[in-house]
Write a new protein. Structure first.
Length: 377
C-alpha cells in the first residue's frame, strides 16, 4: 500500500526528522517548512510512530485541494475517499488551522469539513446518523495559502509524550526537542555526555535512548493501534524490529543539577524510560563541576531568566558556566537558551547558532564544535 504521511515538526528540526526517517529505512522522504512527508504503508507508519525521535506526530494524508470559498472546502472534502479509512462506528472529530487563507474562521472550517465527511459516509453506510463510539479517527486539516490538506492522526497524543515523564519541575523541555539537540551533537558511542542543568532529566534520558538505539516510543500506545484496518501483527512486528535494534553502550552519561529534588525526579523518570542504569545522577552546582573527561559532549538547557529566575542572575550563571566549559578539552557544547546575548555572557562566540522553539518560546541553540578547545565535530 503506497500512502503519503506527514510529520509536523518544530520549526528548525525538519532536516533532523528527515534524517531520522532515512535511518529507519523509510522512503520518499521530503522536508518542508514545519513538516516532513514520506511514502509507505502501515508498517512504515507504525515504525515512524514507535522509533522517530524528533517528529511531533504521524498524519495520514487523505487529500489536498484548493479552497477559497466554503463551497469549495465542502465539495473538496466530500470528494475524498473517507470510507476507505473511517468505519460506520468510528469517531471522527475535526481540528486544524488556517494560515494566509481567505477562509480563516476555524469553527466554520471545522463544521463544514465535518458535514462534508458525514455526507460522503452517508452514501457508503446508508445511514443518516453516526454514533461515533468506535475507534478515534481524528481529522486534522491545514489550510495554508488557500490550499487545504486533510489528514488522519495516527499518533493520538503528540510523540513528545513518551510516557516516562510522570513528574517534572517547572518549564520542562519538550522531549522531541531534547532528542534533536542530542542528534545535532553527533553524540557517539563511547563518548561521555554531560547535562549540568538536567532538571527533570529529559536531555540525559534522550541521550541514553539515542546511545542505545532504543526507540523512544516503544512503550506507549497510539490511536491507530485501534484501527480495524491495521492488523495487530503490524504493530507487533515493528516493536520487535525496534527491540532488535537496541545495542549496548559504553558511554558515560551524567546528569547533574543544583536542585536535589529535580535530580530525584530525573532519576525516577530515567527508570521509567528504561535507562536508569545508564545515567549517573548528581546533585551539584555547575560551578563545582570539574573536567573528568575530554572528547565528549556537554548539552544543556540552562535557566532562561524570564521563566525560572531573574535575567541578571541567569546572565551571571552563564558567565560561570562559560568558565567551567573552558576548563574542558576537546569537548563539544550545545546550549539552548532564549537569551539572545548568551555568547557575550558565556564568553565565547558559538560556531553555529540555530533558532528553535521550545513550545512557544523562541530559543537559540548555541553550538561549539569547530575549535572547541581543539575538538572536531
Amino acid at each position: 500500500m503506497d500512502l503519503t504521511f506527514t510529520v509536523p515538526t518544530l520549526f528548525g528540526l525538519e532536516g533532523i526528522v528527515a534524517r531520522e526517517l532515512g535511518f529507519l529505512e523509510i522512503d520518499g522522504v521530503n522536508a518542508y517548512d514545519g513538516k516532513v512527508t514520506f511514502k509507505g504503508g502501515f508498517s512504515e507508519m507504525a515504525r515512524a510512530n514507535i522509533a522517530m525521535r524528533s517528529g511531533e506526530r504521524v498524519l495520514l494524508n487523505v487529500g489536498e485541494f484548493h479552497a477559497e470559498t466554503f463551497d469549495e472546502l465542502f465539495e473538496g472534502t466530500k470528494s475524498l475517499p473517507w470510507e476507505e479509512f473511517i468505519g460506520s462506528d468510528d469517531a471522527f472529530p475535526v481540528t486544524g488551522y488556517t494560515l494566509e487563507s481567505k477562509l480563516f474562521s476555524l469553527p466554520d472550517c471545522q463544521s463544514i469539513i465535518k458535514k462534508a465527511v458525514v455526507e460522503r459516509l452517508k452514501k457508503t453506510y446508508m445511514t443518516d446518523w453516526f454514533k461515533e463510539t468506535g475507534a478515534k479517527k481524528q481529522i486534522r486539516f491545514s489550510l495554508v495559502k488557500d490550499t487545504a490538506v486533510l489528514m488522519l492522526d495516527t499518533s493520538g497524543e503528540g510523540l513528545h509524550k513518551r510516557g516516562y515523564r510522570a513528574v517534572s519541575k517547572a518549564a520542562p523541555l519538550r522531549e522531541t526537542l531534547a532528542a534533536a539537540i542530542v542528534s545535532l551533537s553527533r553524540f557517539k558511542n563511547g563518548e561521555t555526555f554531560l547535562d549540568p542543568f538536567c532538571g527533570s532529566g529529559t536531555i540525559g534520558i534522550e541521550a541514553a535512548l539515542y546511545a542505545t538505539y532504543a526507540a523512544p516510543n516503544l512503550k506507549r500506545s497510539f490511536d491507530a493501534e485501534k484501527w480495524s484496518e491495521i492488523p495487530a501483527s503490524v504493530w507487533q512486528a515493528e516493536r520487535e524490529r525496534a527491540i532488535a535494534r537496541i545495542k549496548p553502550t559504553s558511554s558515560d552519561i551524567i546528569c547533574s543539577d543544583i536542585d536535589g529534588e529535580a535530580v530525584s525526579i530525573a532519576a525516577v523518570n530515567a527508570k521509567r524510560a528504561g535507562v536508569g542504569g545508564k545515567i549517573r545522577f548528581e546533585t551539584k552546582d555547575v560551578r563545582d563541576i570539574r573536567p573528568t573527561f575530554e572528547g565528549g559532549v556537554i548539552a544543556a538547557n540552562p535557566p532562561y531568566g524570564e521563566r525560572l529566575m531573574e535575567q541578571k542572575e541567569a546572565e551571571r550563571l552563564y558567565a560561570e558556566f562559560g568558565k567551567v566549559y573552558r576548563r574542558f578539552k576537546n569537548t563539544r557544547a550545545y546550549i539552548l537558551t532564549s537569551h539572545e546575548e548568551f555568547e557575550k555572557q558565556f564568553g565565547m562566540k558559538a560556531d553555529k547558532n540555530r533558532k528553535l522553539y521550545n513550545g512557544m518560546i523562541k530559543c537559540y541553540l548555541f553550538q561549539y564544535y569547530k575549535n572547541a578547545l581543539g575538538s572536531k565535530k
